[in-house]
Ligand binder design. Structure first.
Ligand code: ADP
Ligand code: MG
Length: 687
């Protein structure tokens, strides 16, 4: 695949075809022609170097603006050529462009690039020569609707400059929306265009003009080949019988640990080992075919080189799902890849499906299934965790035991030679025990298919994702502004947001979000919130956090204030956050909650914050929160701050699916991330 940059003139010509306004231009080869062109066009003009090797022309002293006369044009020609030659002695110089000078305007950038996973992406933001410094851009995965384009325009920090800042007249926002729409069309309709930027586009009170165009074309169009997908029946994940091939009696072997973790499996368990008659107290079989009864699932821990033969036997036995724990496949290079392909082909011939290889396999705590070698199985619960890293599974499982978090499923995807993220998402979507889904993602191959599936899953169950690889290190340097402004991580974030996935940055954050969203009420309806607390300090902090994470604290209307005045102490703060004061009793909370429940149409979520004190136990507080939750359709988020003295209340809430937070800031961050997904609120708080 070779890529080539079109000249600015070629770029202008294509843009013009799509009704994107560009200046008139002429290409000249000598000073005399430059002078004639300038005169014909009408001064002032701009002159620019034309050289395939000079990508950023200004950096090379290759752009001169405000050329006001024939004579100046003559001089500029020599100057530009000299500058370019001394900037890059190797540069081929094809001439100089003389173009009409556009009026000054607001300089914007519209760019596009092709993401390896998600395809064509469009960016928009503040342009000019300082784009990388300002980094005020936003992006969308194509195709986009006009409404999404409008949203994009309004979402950059500099939007006030478009809308009319400090008495300045508003600029042509609708014209801009049309131009961006045309640019999207230009990008989508020309398959060979893989990357471009129009920088700057000058926006006026009426109309606009693109005064630079960098367009990169490729001679071969990269297309993500979507493999044909055969859905996996959900019963494959609920086997009645499991064979462990490579089961061992030697505690230093993986086959020992896997067998050990499966001893709790209530169905039939068959160790397969051709050297021993008994393994860990169970009768062992020399091969899987020697087992008389049917076998639904095979867990394979034998060395990679033996895996094809074992898979052949599993197929012959009628196994429906093989979990290949063994490493040494695609991840090891071409030979490993060939071995993996062989395994896939054999399995396919038998209609057998594969998890892995190079993975930990599957843990289904409610069914006593654990094919991994983690040192202790996690507890049953309602969170499904799907991970592209085995080590992270080990860590999370260990940590979940201390935090008393349970799982419906833990899946290690490994090399995904057959079953992949999409199959696992489909499975946990249907699994009745799963109430929230967390994914740890390193890379996705078919981004479009991923978006399609995850969007559907997210409609019925909350999906939270951590994507690794946000650092710029290791990312390929890019020829265009767009390439360096919108890296692959940003595209993933946009893909998540668009598909209804809550993006987080930490494991702790992922589990906090999952615990909150596993509640039957799931998401709040909107971003309007009330805060009720007996702690003045936390009332003030609540206002800070809410503002920071995009949560809207409503003003309480007069009639609600009136109702609260009836029973609250005279000097209560008469605002939201509602500070019930340190001496607030259970009764005071109860009455306040009653009033708020009655006016549930005014708000979408309530943050209730308690702290340890002598007039109100955590148990009493929890009791009232639960009653409040029953009385309203809206979401409640409880935060019982303090140490162990609050544990009784926390446990009560947790039993009813209302998780508490140790740190008030986290409470607001979680909801901020949820609102980011729902409404794209500016929520700079990472979770
Ligand atoms: P570079 O390769 O450095 O991005 P540009 O073609 O974008 O070069 O020119 C640099 C700057 O010169 C632009 O950002 C713009 O401010 C100004 N400029 C370029 N062309 C014109 C023009 N036709 N009319 C007015 N200003 C222009
Ligand atoms: Mg430019």
């Amino acid at each position: 695949m070779t890529q080539k940059m079109l000249s600015e003139a070629e770029g202008y010509d294509i843009l013009r075809k799509y009704d994107i306004p560009v200046p008139e231009y002429q290409i000249v080869k000598n000073g005399e022609d430059a002078a004639i062109a300038a005169e014909k066009m009408g001064c002032p003009v701009v002159m620019k170097i034309i050289s395939p090797q000079i990508v950023h022309k200004s950096d090379a002293g290759g752009v001169m603006v405000g050329i006001g006369s024939r004579k100046a044009a003559l001089g500029a020609f020599t100057k530009i050529i000299d500058n370019a030659k001394s900037y890059n002695t190797e540069a081929q110089i094809e001439g100089v462009m003389v173009e009409q000078q556009a009026e000054p305007g607001l300089e914007l950038i519209i760019g596009g690039r092709t993401d390896p996973a998600f395809g064509k992406v469009i960016t928009f933001g503040m342009g000019g020569t300082m784009v990388e410094l300002m980094k005020d851009v936003t992006l969308r995965i194509l195709p986009v609707t006009d409404d999404e384009i409008r949203q994009m325009v309004r979402e950059i920090n500099a939007y006030p400059l478009i809308a009319g800042y400090r008495g300045a007249k508003p600029r042509d926002e609708e014209g801009l929306v049309k131009i961006i729409g045309n640019v999207c069309r230009f990008f989508l309709e020309n398959e060979n265009i893989v990357e471009f930027d129009v920088n700057p586009l000058r926006l006026y009170e009426s109309g606009a003009c693109a005064v630079d165009a960098r367009v990169i074309v490729s001679d071969s169009v990269h297309k993500v080949e979507a493999p044909e997908r055969v859905p996996v029946p959900i019963e494959y994940f609920t086997p009645r019988s499991i064979a462990v091939i490579g089961a061992s009696q030697d505690s230093s072997k993986m086959g020992y640990a896997v067998m050990h973790n499966l001893l709790h499996f209530p169905g039939q368990l068959y160790p397969v080992n051709n050297k021993r008659a008994e393994i860990q107290g169970l009768k062992a079989y020399p091969t899987i075919t020697a087992i008389q009864a049917p076998v639904d699932m095979a867990v394979i821990t034998v060395p990679a080189i033996h895996v094809p033969a074992v898979i052949e036997e599993c197929g012959a036995k009628g196994v429906s799902l093989a979990v290949i724990i063994t490493a040494g496949f695609k991840e090891m290079g071409p030979d490993g890849k060939a071995l993996e392909e062989r395994v896939v082909a054999i399995a396919k011939g038998h209609g057998m499906r594969i998890i892995g290889p190079n993975c930990l396999g599957l843990i289904v705590p409610p069914r006593g299934i654990d094919t991994t070698y983690v040192h202790q199985s996690p507890k049953p619960g309602n969170i499904a965790f799907i991970s592209q890293s085995g080590a992270i599974i080990n860590t999370v499982v260990d940590w979940s035991l201390a935090k008393n978090i349970g799982f419906s499923n833990v899946i290690s995807v490994g090399n995904q030679c057959d079953l992949d993220f999409l199959d696992y998402l489909r499975y946990v979507e249907k699994d009745p025990k799963t109430k929230a889904i967390i994914m740890y993602i390193e890379q996705i191959t078919d981004g479009k298919a991923f978006m399609e599936v995850v969007s559907e899953v997210a409609k019925s169950k909350p999906v939270i994702a951590i994507k690794s690889g946000s650092s710029k290190k290791g990312q390929a340097a890019s020829a265009s502004h767009t390439g360096s402004l919108s890296g692959s991580y940003e595209v993933y974030m946009e893909a998540f947001r668009k598909s209804g996935v809550i993006a987080v940055h930490t494991l702790t954050g992922a589990f906090l979000a999952a615990q909150v969203l596993a509640h039957p009420k799931r998401y709040p309806k909107g971003k309007r919130a009330v805060v009720i607390t007996n702690a003045g300090g936390f009332a003030v902090l609540s206002s800070d956090y809410a503002e920071r994470y995009g949560i809207e604290l409503i003003d309480l209307p007069a009639d609600v204030l009136e109702e609260l005045n009836d029973f609250l102490p005279e000097f209560w703060n008469k605002g939201n956050p509602i500070d019930l004061l340190g001496d607030a009793t259970e009764k005071r909370f109860e009455k306040t909650f009653e009033v708020l429940a009655k006016h549930g149409d005014l708000w979408d979520m309530a943050f209730v914050i308690g702290f340890p004190n002598l007039v109100l136990t955590s148990e009493q507080m929890a009791k009232q929160i639960l009653k409040f939750s029953e009385r309203t359709e809206n979401r409640l988020i409880a935060t019982l701050l303090g140490g162990d003295s609050m544990n009784v209340g926390r446990e009560m809430l947790k039993e009813h699916g209302i998780p508490s937070f140790d740190e008030l800031d986290f409470t607001y961050r979680v909801m901020g991330r949820v609102l980011w997904q729902m409404f794209r609120v500016k929520a700079p708080g990472l979770l």
